[in-house]
Ligand binder design. Structure first.
Ligand code: NAP
Length: 324
């Protein structure tokens, strides 16, 4: 079968350790696990971090990449993969707080292959109205955005939300979900074309990084990090919340502790989503008709797609189709 693997790691040249195989062995059956024949799997910065050797120890190489996907089991069930492997009990009822949790492709082979063997608890029925390509984006980018907004950020109808970075998988999902939930949505981006894209995703208004907003916001959705942090700190209202799930441009901006305590700002971390949040999000998409913005690639285009993620040249989500 076809599979995209990390075969070595290089922090400066992540694509050097990417190997596309056309004769990779199919996974062997295992009790409590199900073989899923993939129809589509999306690319994430997580694949790039793995290739750089960040958060993925060398002893777990080689490994099939891919945290996100949708496919069909051998008994005909159409499924989307919930990407978090863990034990909710170890996380006091929340699997994302399990200290031993892992994402698909961290401890077992991932979704960028014709077939993947996953623990049964990762299987979630795919709504029939959601295509395989759209479903393949939902586990990481959309699930993370959903938890950031509605669980960690407590966004409600009438909230005002700033989404830093507009074009990325998490940011574009946050814009669309917040708008559909009745929030006022501002977004920033580096380029005019990407700001235009943010408007198509549902932003009410768009801004350059650092630009003054019409008013301060209740919640900032942050995954850009150092490049936008100063703006984030000034954009949130006194008593507001900054929800952080990533730091693409650097994780060590000045903390501005004076501003945090004087303005009583909550800085809240967020990672992935629970299975319950994931299922609720699928229902939300099913009922509202909301869908990710996707571009579909062939298997052989995975290196080019990951290169575009490294360069920040993606609008929405890149999805690999396994249907050809
Ligand atoms: N904790 C979690 O569970 C979790 C889950 C998913 C993702 N993440 C992390 O969150 C981050 C975003 O993930 P993603 O899937 O959305 O990635 P992505 O699709 O590659 O998007 C990257 C985002 O960062 C912005 N950006 C990149 N370089 C920038 C720069 N130099 N200056 C300003 N903005 C820049 C882009 O905004 P513009 O180009 O529009 O300006 C874009 O919105 C990654 O670091 C990822 O590892 C964490």
């Amino acid at each position: 079968m076809r599979a995209a693997l990390v075969t070595s790691q290089d922090p400066h040249d992540p694509l050097a350790g990417l190997t596309l195989k056309h004769d990779h062995p199919e996974p062997e059956p295992k009790p409590g696990h199900t073989l899923v024949r993939m129809r589509a799997a999306s690319l994430n910065p997580h694949d790039v971090w793995t290739l750089r050797g960040v958060g993925h120890p060398a002893e777990r190489v080689p490994m099939v990449l891919g945290c996100d996907g949708a496919g069909v089991t051998d008994d005909g069930r159409e499924v989307v993969l919930y990407p978090v492997i863990g034990d909710a009990e170890r996380g006091a009822g929340d699997v994302t707080l399990d200290p031993e949790r892992a994402l698909l492709s961290e401890t077992i082979d991932g979704a960028l292959a014709d077939a993947v063997l996953v623990p049964d608890q990762l299987l979630v029925d795919k709504p029939s109205e959601v295509s395989f390509v759209d479903a393949a984006c939902l586990g990481i980018a959309w699930g993370t955005a959903y938890r950031m907004l509605f669980t960690r950020g407590q966004v409600r109808p009438g909230s005002t939300v700033l989404v830093q970075g507009a074009s990325g998988g998490v940011s574009s999902a946050a814009i669309a979900l917040a708008r559909a939930a009745g929030a006022t949505v501002y977004a920033t981006s580096r380029t005019a074309a990407k700001r235009e894209f943010a408007l198509t995703q549902g932003a009410h208004d768009v801004f350059e990084h650092g630009e003054r907003l019409p008013r301060k916001v209740d919640v900032v959705i942050e995954n850009v990090g150092a490049a936008t942090w100063e703006h984030t700190m000034r954009a949130v209202r006194p008593g507001g919340t900054i929800v952080v799930c990533g730091a693409t441009t650097g994780a060590m901006p000045p903390a501005e502790l004076n501003r945090i305590f004087y303005q009583q700002i909550s800085v809240v971390g967020s990672t992935a989503c629970t299975r319950d949040e994931f299922v609720r999000m699928l229902e939300f998409l099913d009922r509202t008709g909301l869908r990710p913005s996707t571009e579909t690639l062939r298997f052989d285009e995975i290196p080019a797609g990951l290169g575009r993620l490294v360069d920040g040249e993606v609008l929405g989500k890149l999805v690999v189709s396994f249907e050809d």
